[in-house]
Write a protein that binds this ligand. Structure first.
Ligand SMILES: [Fe+2]
Length: 284
């Protein structure tokens, strides 16, 4: 497949989550969107409109696949049918990479349709790392695991979330999709310092960054993806770029989706912040 897009930042640049309401505009006119992240589950049915659009978008944009169904932390067996579907879709659209979340989404065959956090224990590290290794073997490529936002913790946890994520990535030799908004949301909900989180992440494994908006409820914060990115998350993004360098960055917006131009303006803000952070990094 050909890509018309330039790659101006790091290896890839600044992307958006592809949403159906923007498909026509993305296809019709060139925009300052360097690449697209597509939600894997929307395109698993062969034929039909979603796949038709995805193949058109893929002609113009580099694409990465982002899933919500791997349930890598569950104690249920890995869903081999889902893995086969992932592999087929990847063969068809040739994504730059495939990601999912460090979470569990169900047990005993029941799907909770939510991204549930894991207990941060040595037992869970071993369990998840072994499953990631099997998934990577099956897909024939390394995957990215994303940190989820969370609202509960487990008494059984033996380590911090960042140590848990870093150790799984090291042991399974997988990559990290760092959601900066999720780091912020969880830091507010669980009262840790977000910079401690960033400091615990191995820079060489951070392959992609997510940015998004959330709802501030005072005592707690909900990861809603329905609003612009707020200043403390922008600040944390600058800190992330200072630590991890020019990592491909994208904005997730899933509700109250504004016109494409508004999201492109937010992407431009990410570009400006990243440029300043890279300059500081080089000067340091
Ligand atoms: Fe995310």
């Amino acid at each position: 497949m050909r890509n018309k897009r330039r790659v101006p930042y790091g290896e890839l640049g600044f992307g958006l989550g592809a949403r159906p309401v923007h498909y026509e505009e993305l296809l019709r006119s060139p925009s300052r969107v360097d690449w697209l992240e597509v939600l894997t589950e929307n395109y698993l049915v062969p034929g039909g409109k979603p796949l038709h659009y995805l193949e058109q978008l893929r002609r113009d944009y580099p694409v990465v696949m982002h899933g919500v169904s791997l349930s890598i932390g569950s104690i249920d067996p890995l869903n081999l049918e889902y893995l086969a579907q992932l592999k087929d879709l990847a063969a068809r659209i040739e994504p730059l990479w495939i990601s999912d979340h460090l979470c569990w989404t169900g047990v005993a065959g029941r799907n909770l349709h939510d991204l549930m956090p894991l207990p941060y224990t040595e037992e869970a590290v071993a369990h998840v790392a072994a499953r990631v290794a099997r998934v990577q073997e099956h897909l024939g490529r390394r995957i990215l695991l994303e940190n989820v936002s969370s609202y509960v913790t487990y008494r059984a946890s033996e380590m911090t979330e960042w140590d848990f994520l870093a150790e799984i990535a090291r042991r399974a030799d997988c990559l990290i999709l760092l959601d900066v908004n999720n780091v912020y949301v969880s830091s507010r909900n669980h009262d840790f310092h977000p910079l401690a989180y960033l400091d615990g992440i191995p820079p060489e494994r951070v392959q992609q960054i997510h940015l998004a908006g959330h709802e501030n409820c005072g005592d707690y914060v909900i990861d809603t993806h329905d609003a612009p990115i707020v200043d403390p998350v922008w600040d944390l993004y600058g800190e992330a770029v200072r630590r991890f360098g020019p990592v491909p960055t994208m904005i997730e917006r899933d509700d109250n989706i504004p016109p494409l131009a508004e999201l492109v303006a937010e992407l431009d803000q990410a570009r400006r912040l990243a440029r300043a952070a890279i300059a500081e990094r080089l000067a340091a």
